[in-house]
Design a protein around this ligand. Sequence first.
Ligand code: HEC
Ligand code: HEC
Length: 332
Amino acid sequence: MKRLALALLALPLAQSGASAQNAGSPAAGKAYWERVAPRNVDCRNCHGGAGEGGFGPDLAGRGLSAAQVLRAVRQPWGIMPAFAESQLSEQDAADLAAYFASLPKPPEPGKWRFEVPPGAPPGQATLINMGCGQCHTPNFQGPRNNMGGYGMNFDYFANLVYNHTTAMPAYRAEIGNNATNLDMGNYSRSRLTVGQLRQIYFWARDEIGFRPQLAATLGKGETGPSGVTYPLTVTNNGVQGRGMIAEGLTVSLTIPAGHNVVAATGQGYQGVVNNVATWKLPRSAPKDQERLTITLSQPVTAAANLRGEVRWAKPAPKTGTDIPVNIAPAPL
Ligand code: HEC
Ligand code: HEC
């Protein structure tokens, strides 16, 4: 506080008053904004990559003080979620204010990352209009996996939205997930009503549908006499007895140009057609893990890596088609 007061005194008259600046570091503010580890809150999804605005107002070059930033983050005026001390400290607010002051004022405010698509059902429109869609994309991909994997009821879901900063660590502890990042803030019940949140939840459950919590990962290649073998693991990370079961899975792996498939193992291997190796798995229930392998004539590189996806026939979205799960590439 003392430093702040001194900085205020040192400022020329024209810059004092409501737009007074503080002793924050623009470089530290930039690092916060750009999520340089250990930072992970993505204010940019709503306020733009250079604070030019988007779903939320522009912040660059407006002369916001540290106190104003802190107040906006702890007690947002409208529908912005509130961020806790652990996510944004008083020092972070000062650094951000200094960073915003260092940025040019945009000629006009930026655009939303995602607009409500024409003809969107009400639940999806609410998802986007309440800001959720700016981070979670218009089809709510991440949460739909977690909701499907946990068999999440409305109350549990609502607690994760309204009391995110305490409920999320508890949920992770329950499902044995050791991630510690906390990107999302706490939504206010008076700004995002229970009725609106129910609209989002039931759209996610009954219209676009929850998703089975599937993950697929390639492991490091192992060189043998006939070539390099890459393990491919398909896992259902859902909670046993509650999570969704996927049926009729298709695992497809695109073989990089110049590589030949020497061998492949695992259930339901279909061979290679048009440079795509395919496996068909009848089902994957929570905690099931399928281990497949593919052996290539030569190792993959960063530029020519194996890429692929997992699709499943059931459960299918009630409307439209769903996005597959991407296979995480092999570490090099
Ligand atoms: C979900 C979108 C969203 C996210 C994420 C978000 N904001 Fe906001 N922000 C808004 C909106 C919308 C407003 C306008 C007031 C309101 O609706 O609460 C706002 C207002 C503000 C204001 C007040 C601007 C003014 O004109 O006084 C500041 C400062 C601010 N946000 C900073 C941040 C920071 C820092 C973060 C990240 C820690 C952040 N916001 C994350 C949407 C967002
Ligand atoms: C600033 C980006 C952001 C906004 C805005 C946001 N979320 Fe999230 N949300 C996340 C991230 C990232 C996670 C993972 C946990 C974390 O990092 O906090 C998450 C986690 C969740 C979870 C817990 C299950 C899971 O997938 O991890 C639910 C449920 C959820 N969000 C729903 C919503 C809803 C509903 C809204 C709008 C009312 C919303 N989120 C707005 C980023 C956001």
